[in-house]
Design a protein around this ligand. Structure first.
Ligand code: 3PG
Length: 306
C-alpha cells in the first residue's frame, strides 16, 4: 500500500522522519510530494496512492477522480475546508483531521502577533501592555482553549463565545462565557478569531462587529481569511484609526489594506500558525498513525465525512 504525503508547505524534516517510520513499520510505502507548484503534480502522484496525508492542500473532485486507489485522506491539522467532503463521500473515501495536534503552536502565534501589534510593530515608539486588558475568544475549540491559558499567563481578563460549547466547559477554564457576538466585540479590546470557515461563518466578521470594538482594539485572525468581510474590515479601519488587524492568513485585498493602513495591519507571508517542529511532529505522526489504523483495522475515529 502506498501512502502519499503531499504538502505544498512541507513539514519539518524531523516530522517527515517520524511519519516515515510509522508508515514503514506498518509495512507500507511512503511517497513524498513537497513544495509542488502545480496541481498536475498532485494529480500524478495521487493516482497510485492508497492513502493521502495533507495540510492545507486542496483535495477537490478532480484530485479524487485521479486517485483511483484512494481510501483515506488525513488532513494533518484542524481545519478541513480544503477538502471537498461530499466528493470524498461520493468516491467512498474517508476524510479525517487530527484535532488539537497543532493548536498550541497556533495559540502561541496569536500572542506573537498581539504583542507585536501593541508594541507598534517594534518601531521603537511607546506601546502598551496586555496585563489587565480584556480578550475575547471567538470560538472555544482547541486553539481557543490554548489562547485562554496563555492569556491568563499575561494577566488578561478572558471571555469566550461559542454556541457549540457548554458554558460549564468555558467556566471550568476560568473564562467568562459570552452569548452575543456583539457583546464579544464591544467589550473586548482584543478579539482572537478561531471559527472555522463554513457556510455559516464566511464573511461573518465585518464592519458591524469590528467598528464596535473598544478604543485601541486589535483583531487577531489565525483562523481563515474567508470568515472576514474584507470590505467591511477596510471600512472599519478607515473610520477607526485606533483599530488594528493582524492575521496569519493574507486577505485577498492584502496589498490594498497594506497601502491604505500601513502598520495598522500585518499579514504573515504564508500561513505559519502551525509551522513549528512540535506541531509538525504532533500532527504529522498523528496523521500517519490514523492512516495505519484505517488501512489496517478500519478505525475511523476522527472521520469528518459521513
Ligand atoms: C489547521 O487548520 O490545522 C491550521 O490552519 C494549519 O494549517 P497548515 O497545516 O496548512 O499550516
Amino acid at each position: 500500500m502506498k501512502v502519499l504525503v503531499a504538502t505544498e508547505k512541507p513539514f519539518a524534516a524531523v516530522a517527515v522522519d517520524g511519519i516515515r517510520k510509522v508508515i514503514e513499520d506498518a509495512g507500507y510505502t511512503l511517497e513524498l510530494l513537497e513544495k509542488y507548484t502545480d496541481k498536475s503534480q498532485l494529480l500524478e502522484a495521487v493516482a497510485s496512492a492508497d492513502a493521502l496525508i495533507i495540510r492545507s492542500d486542496v483535495v477537490d473532485a478532480q484530485v479524487l477522480d485521479a486517485a483511483k486507489n484512494l481510501k483515506v485522506v488525513v488532513r494533518a491539522g484542524a481545519g478541513y475546508d480544503n477538502v471537498d467532503l461530499a466528493a470524498a463521500t461520493a468516491h467512498g473515501v474517508c476524510v479525517e483531521n487530527t484535532p488539537g495536534q497543532n493548536s498550541n503552536a497556533v495559540a502561541e502565534l496569536v500572542f506573537g502577533m498581539t504583542v507585536m501589534a501593541v508594541r507598534n510593530m517594534y518601531n521603537g515608539t511607546a506601546g502598551s501592555e496586555l496585563k489587565d486588558k480584556t480578550i475575547g475568544i471567538h470560538a472555544f475549540g482547541q486553539v481557543g482553549r490554548n489562547v485562554a491559558r496563555i492569556a491568563k499567563g499575561f494577566g488578561m481578563n478572558v471571555s469566550a463565545l461559542d454556541p457549540y460549547c457548554p458554558d460549564e466547559v468555558i467556566e471550568q477554564a476560568g473564562v467568562k462565557p459570552i452569548h452575543s457576538v456583539e457583546e464579544l466585540y464591544r467589550n473586548n479590546k482584543f478579539v482572537s478569531l478561531h471559527i472555522p470557515a463554513t457556510a455559516e461563518t464566511r464573511g461573518s466578521v465585518g464592519y458591524d462587529l469590528i467598528s464596535i470594538m473598544p478604543k485601541g482594539g486589535v483583531l487577531i485572525n489565525t483562523a481563515r481569511k474567508e470568515v472576514i468581510d474584507e470590505a467591511g474590515l477596510a471600512k472599519a479601519l478607515d473610520e477607526r484609526p485606533d483599530i488594528k488587524y493582524v492575521a496569519d492568513i493574507k486577505p485577498d485585498s492584502a496589498d490594498e489594506l497594506k497601502a491604505r493602513f500601513g502598520d495598522r495591519v500585518f499579514f504573515t507571508p504564508k500561513k505559519m500558525g502551525a509551522q513549528t517542529a512540535e506541531a509538525n511532529i504532533n500532527a504529522g505522526i498523528a496523521a500517519a498513525r490514523q492512516v495505519v489504523d484505517f488501512l489496517r483495522d478500519g478505525i475511523d475515529k476522527f472521520r469528518v465525512n459521513k
